[in-house]
Design a protein around this ligand. Structure first.
Ligand SMILES: Cc1ncc(COP(=O)(O)O)c(C=O)c1O
Length: 380
């Protein structure tokens, strides 16, 4: 098997699964319970919070554990809207956000908020000056993703954060789900107020995520209840998944330090090999793009059929993002980059992890060429 769909989800590290099993079986107490088992679970939870904060270079009380990226994004966007609705009702986001940002924004529009969608250029990047022109007195939130999940373009988060220091009433949220462990982001230096991360994108398990909430920023709770997670996110904490996520975060950040050259070399080789194939056009920009995402279009062929053809040979890639591939919608990022819909409909995404190898590339490229040949013959 050659797994090239790491932006959809990653294979959990074995040590991470071990941690999950140990905590789930030995320390299964509810961290809110007063007895010994509860206290042990609470200690593990707080140790995870301390370690996560240290790994991200932030304060312990700035880490809120959630069930994943979708919850953290919803919490950030709706939490700001609800908290600051008297201050203003204008939100700025980009045209290429993940649905877990775009859909809450749409819901808020239905409730009377005004949302401005920042366009991107042909490389999938926003223009900071254009953003500056959009900011108004009533802008309460700017939400910009760090790394795009479909093409891998990287947004100028530090410059945006710098710009927003001139607007202290505007909260800055960053969806860092695809960036963590692959493209560094210094939350303090970039003046980020809220930041989303998700365990299963960095070899942790599904069911755990992080929302960084900068000290001093207030947001309204999305999940009200028993007041767990610093009174901001109620619900009994998934301690085993959180402990496992902390380990995955540490291992991923270590992998970044040791193996980034390997990832970059693999990406370069992939881009060169794909560039040589006549029926393929690369969509991922060569500059300002993440080291693990490669997007390309197939000349007139349906991407879905191509994905299935490769899967027959145990090679797993995806059409755009995992969420839109089931809906069979063309990539909205590619459309926003100005691509015609036919080309956007034939897009394929390869997404790598540090675990992939150079050897896999030759095997996969051979299969890609065979699949293209077969599908061209069928559609002729
Ligand atoms: C950029 C981005 N944000 C948010 C999410 C949602 O994360 P989760 O799957 O943990 O809900 C994803 C998942 O694909 C993503 O790629």
């Amino acid at each position: 098997m050659i797994y090239l769909d790491n932006s959809a989800t990653t294979k959990p590290f074995p040590e991470v699964v071990e941690s999950f099993v140990t905590v789930a079986t030995k320390y299964f107490g509810n961290p809110s319970s007063l007895h010994e088992l509860g206290m042990k679970a609470e200690r593990l939870l707080e140790q995870s919070r301390e370690q996560t904060a240290a790994l991200l270079g932030v304060k312990t009380n700035e880490i809120i554990f959630t069930s994943g990226g979708t919850e953290a994004n919803n919490f950030a966007i709706k939490g700001v809207a609800l908290q600051y609705r008297r201050r203003g009702n204008h939100i700025i986001t980009t045209a290429i956000e993940h649905p877990s940002v775009a859909e809450p924004c749409k819901q808020l529009e239905e409730l009377g908020f005004e949302v401005t969608y920042l366009p991107v250029n042909e490389k999938g990047r926003v223009d900071v000056e254009e953003l500056a022109r959009m900011i108004r007195d009533d802008t309460i939130l700017v939400s910009v993703m760090h790394v795009n999940n479909e093409v891998g373009s990287i947004q100028p988060i530090e410059q945006i954060g710098q710009l927003l220091t001139r607007y202290p009433k505007t909260i800055f949220h960053v969806d860092h789900v695809q960036g963590i462990g692959k493209v560094p982001l210094d939350l303090k230096k970039a003046h980020v107020d809220l930041c989303t991360m998700s365990a299963h994108k960095f070899h942790g398990l599904r069911g755990a995520g992080i929302l960084y909430v900068r000290d001093g920023v207030r947001i309204s709770p999305l999940l009200a209840g028993g007041g767990q997670e610093l009174q901001l996110r109620s619900g009994t904490e998934n301690v085993a998944a959180i402990v496992a996520m902390t380990k995955a975060l540490r291992l991923s950040l270590e992998a970044y330090k040791r193996k980034l050259p390997h990832l970059l070399a693999m990406k370069e080789r992939w881009m060169n090999e794909l560039n040589e194939i006549a029926d393929i056009q690369l969509n991922t920009p060569s500059d300002c793009s993440a080291p693990h995402i490669i997007n390309f279009s197939l000349n007139g062929l349906k991407s879905e059929v191509f994905v299935h053809e490769l899967a027959k040979q145990q090679i797993f890639v995806s059409t755009t993002s995992a969420c839109s591939s089931k809906r069979r919608a063309p990539s909205k990022t590619l459309l926003a980059m100005g691509m015609e819909s036919k080309k956007a409909e034939s897009a394929i995404r390869i997404s790598l992890s540090y675990e992939n190898t150079m050897e896999e590339i030759s095997v996969a490229v051979r299969s890609i060429k065979q699949a293209l040949k077969k599908l061209k013959e069928v559609t002729r």
